[in-house]
Structures are given as structure tokens and as C-alpha cells.
Design a protein around this ligand. Structure first.
Ligand code: PHE
Length: 457
């Protein structure tokens, strides 16, 4: 049964039947890794901030994670049936209140505050998701935006003002492939009723150069950090006439994307260690957002980036759970970097890996249990894998490295659905004994029966 109220960062909230925040997640709300000195998430934030200088950009790092459903979804133009709103994907406190799923939840508020100029907002965000080495129910995002106001630019010439600002930005030597990918004319159009072609082109160009510069800064640092452990002898033996891979300019590309609150929208990808890595989402802000923020004369762009993902690249951190570790063997490796002006980044040296131990759990989906209320012959109706993930996280926490579906079938006679999941138990900090693992696995199975109404086979 749900608690009637919950307290989050000193503030009390009343729950209702929508409440689905686990105690594990609640216990992480106060951590604020992006504000913890010398934490790799905070260092990553500072590196990105250095590319967007004050006073043009203002920095916000203290926004609370509890927002309204309206702020997180409606204000941004998410349709009522958008899958992101589902209780299987989002942590709700009550029907109208949730833990923000992205930093865009604060766009409207910040557009109201920024007459012209820009901002960066870093914060913890929450998503019910799968369990693997790069997903965690809490992570950190940075949102950035730059806006101009028609009433404030010289001669009211917005396109000229944007181009002038673009001209003042530094250049880079990255190889930009697909600088202008085609975009879907209906789903991702230019906002022709609000922006002249010249304005749209100028804003997009400013957005692209700004974000290319950011990615250049991050990945140049990542390369330098990686080189800090490469023995010097490897360079002296290489052929001096062929440039070493370190001298090769970074390859990036623009890819079309969709967000309800920007149009057109893109993702920026970087070619890193042999594959294309998606780094951020961005676009030209929907004019309706500016208008609803009481600033119809504003035009601008916005982006959002996941900080853990970038920190994993910068420091070679192999597993997202490490960011939450209070283990000195992790934290000490980054100490002093902020005072040193972020100079001297080095890859993380993993401490000894402890053995993994996997256990399978097979079960029949229950009728009526796990969420399906109008269970008319609806075997497995209401089943959502994220609910299982949540039980596993709740019971075994950071002792689980990943969970995967091993087998699934429907009984030919009864029509019942059976699932088998493989849970890989491994602690980052200690060896799990078989006994401890069995005991945890037993509690996971009990939790699945009790909370999802499944029947263990
Ligand atoms: N909020 C988006 C996400 O979480 C990222 C984004 C931010 C996209 C701002 C466009 C503009 O995926």
C-alpha cells in the first residue's frame, strides 16, 4: 500500500493512486551529483558550461525535481496519449505531480525569465527504464537555450542580429558530415508562419555552431585524457608521414529528430571509438512556448544532453552505477580536478571486478494482478517490463548489473503467457556470496508475486 504523503527535499506531497515512486529512487533525490565537488558528473557540467560563457548565458543548478504533469508534458506540447506519460515510464507522486523526466520541464519558466540571452540548467531527472550498464532510474541532464527578442535587436532585424552573434563564435576544425540533413516537411517543419526563411536559417546556424563547439570541447578533452595513459613510445615508432589518429579532426553528423517542443529538430552524433554516438537532442523552439511564456517576440533554440553519458566517455567509466558509489576508490580518482581548473583529466582506472552470478526467474503472468483491472480474458494485459525492472531495483538495488528476457512463450492450450528473465547479480564493491545472491533472488521472486501478481513456475 502507498504512503499517504511523501517528503522530498523537505517538502511534503500528498499521493494518490498514481503514486509509483520506489523508496530506492526517493533515497536518491537528495544526492545531486551535478553539485558534488569533483564528482565526474559535476566536472562534466563545468566543462560544458565553459563553452557557454556568462553573462550571455546564466547557469541554474538548483531547480527541484518535483514538477507538475503540466510542466513536464502539456506545456511542451506532448499530446495526451504520448507514451512518455505512462505510469510504466514516469515516476508519479500523484496524477498532477511527478519527478521530472527531463530538464525541458523548466523551459516555459526560463523562457519567461530570459528576455534575451541564454541559460544552462543542470538537474537530476527520473525515468523508469531497463536495467543495464548505461541506464539508471535517476540521471542528470543539462538543458541549454539561446533566445533573441525582436523588440531588442538593432532595427528589429532578428536574422542580422543572430548572424552577428554567430560571427562572434569561435571556429572549429571538426568534420561535419550531413550539416543540413533533409527534414520531414509535416512532422518537423520550419515554422514558416512565425519565422522568415532568413531567420530560421540564422537560428539553425547559430544552434549548430554552438553545439558543434561544445562537442568539440568535450571530445578533444576525452582524447587528451585517453592519451594521458598511452605510453609515449607508441608515437615514436609510428610512421611520421601519416598523421596519428589523435591529429585527425573529429567527425560529427546532424541527424533529424522529433521533439514536440522544437521544430525543426536534430540529434548530434559523434564518431567515437569506431561507432556513431548520439550526444544530444536539440531544435528551434516552438513559437507557442515563447508565446505561452508571455514573450511572443522571442525566437530561439534549445538542446538537452545527458551528463552521465558524456562523463562515461570523458573518464572511461564503464558502468553507470559507479556514479552513485560512495567508494573512495571511485571518488578519489577525480579529487582536485576542479581546483586544478579541470586540467589533467585521466581515464578512470577500474578497481577489481567482482564475480558475476546470474539467476533465472520463470513465471506465468497473472490475470487481474499486475495492473490489468478490466481483466476480461486479457492474459498479461497491463504487463510492462519496466514494472519488473522496478521490483528488481527495489529489492536488489545496485547489486544487479543487468536484467534480460531469456525466454517467453504462450501455452497452446491455456493461452497463458510465461516469461523467463535472467538477472545478473554483481556488486561493484564486493563479492556476492552464492548464499547472499540466493537470498536476494528469493526476495526478488517474492516481490514479483506480491507486486505484479505473477505465478512463479
Ligand atoms: N528533453 C529532450 C530529451 O530529454 C532533449 C531536448 C531538449 C530536445 C531541448 C530538444 C530541445 O530527450
Amino acid at each position: 500500500t502507498n504512503p499517504k504523503t511523501v517528503e522530498i527535499n523537505g517538502q511534503k506531497y500528498t499521493t494518490d493512486s498514481w503514486f509509483n515512486v520506489s523508496s530506492t529512487v526517493l533515497s536518491l533525490v537528495s544526492r545531486k551529483l551535478h553539485l558534488q565537488k569533483d564528482h565526474p558528473v559535476a566536472i562534466t557540467r563545468k566543462i560544458i558550461e565553459s563553452v557557454f560563457p556568462a553573462p550571455t548565458y546564466k547557469y541554474y543548478n538548483e531547480f527541484e525535481p518535483v514538477v507538475s504533469t503540466y510542466e513536464n508534458f502539456d506545456s511542451l506540447g506532448f499530446p495526451p496519449d504520448h507514451p512518455g506519460r505512462a505510469r510504466s515510464d514516469t515516476y508519479y507522486i500523484n496524477k498532477d505531480t511527478l519527478l521530472r523526466t527531463h530538464t525541458s520541464a523548466h523551459e516555459a519558466e526560463l523562457f519567461r525569465a530570459s528576455a534575451s540571452g541564454g541559460y544552462l540548467l543542470s538537474a537530476d531527472v527520473y525515468r523508469r527504464d531497463e536495467v543495464d550498464r548505461s541506464h539508471y532510474p535517476v540521471f542528470h541532464q543539462m538543458e541549454g537555450a539561446r533566445v533573441w527578442d525582436r523588440a531588442k535587436v538593432p532595427n528589429g532585424d532578428l536574422a542580422a542580429a543572430v548572424l552577428e552573434d554567430l560571427d562572434r563564435l569561435p571556429k572549429h576544425n571538426m568534420k561535419v558530415e550531413d550539416p543540413n540533413p533533409p527534414f520531414h516537411p509535416d512532422r518537423n517543419p520550419l515554422q514558416a508562419e512565425h519565422h522568415t526563411p532568413a531567420e530560421a536559417a540564422a537560428v539553425a546556424a547559430h544552434l549548430k555552431r554552438s553545439l558543434e563547439l561544445m562537442v568539440n570541447e568535450i571530445f578533444t578533452r576525452a582524447k587528451t585524457a585517453a592519451a594521458a595513459t598511452t605510453p609515449a613510445s607508441t608515437t615514436s615508432t609510428s610512421d611520421p608521414t601519416t598523421p596519428s589518429s589523435d591529429d585527425e579532426p573529429l567527425r560529427v553528423r546532424w541527424v533529424e529528430a522529433y521533439f514536440p517542443f522544437t521544430s525543426p529538430s536534430w540529434e548530434l552524433e559523434v564518431f567515437y571509438q569506431g561507432s556513431w554516438l548520439e550526444v544530444l537532442g536539440c531544435g528551434v523552439s516552438q513559437q507557442a512556448l515563447h508565446a505561452n511564456a508571455g514573450r511572443p517576440g522571442q525566437v530561439g533554440w534549445a538542446f538537452g544532453i545527458g551528463l552521465e553519458r558524456i562523463a562515461m566517455v570523458l573518464f572511461g567509466v564503464p558502468d553507470i552505477r559507479l556514479f552513485w558509489s560512495r567508494d573512495e576508490r571511485f571518488l578519489a580518482q577525480f579529487r582536485g580536478l576542479e581546483d586544478a581548473g579541470l586540467v589533467g583529466l585521466r581515464p578512470f582506472v577500474p578497481f577489481s571486478k567482482y564475480p558475476a552470478c546470474y539467476k533465472d526467474v520463470s513465471f506465468w503472468l497473472g490475470g487481474g494482478g499486475g495492473g490489468g483491472e478490466n481483466g476480461e480474458g486479457g492474459e498479461g494485459v497491463g504487463w510492462h517490463e519496466n514494472d519488473l525492472m522496478e521490483v528488481v531495483r527495489d529489492v536488489a538495488g545496485d547489486c544487479v548489473e543487468d536484467v534480460s528476457l531469456a525466454d517467453e512463450f504462450t501455452h497452446p492450450k491455456t493461452g497463458r503467457r510465461s516469461m523467463c528473465y535472467r538477472i545478473n547479480y554483481r556488486s561493484l564493491e564486493r563479492t556476492l556470496t552464492n548464499r547472499a545472491t540466493n537470498e536476494m533472488h528469493g526476495r526478488v521472486m517474492k516481490g514479483l508475486v506480491k507486486r505484479l501478481g505473477v505465478e512463479i513456475r
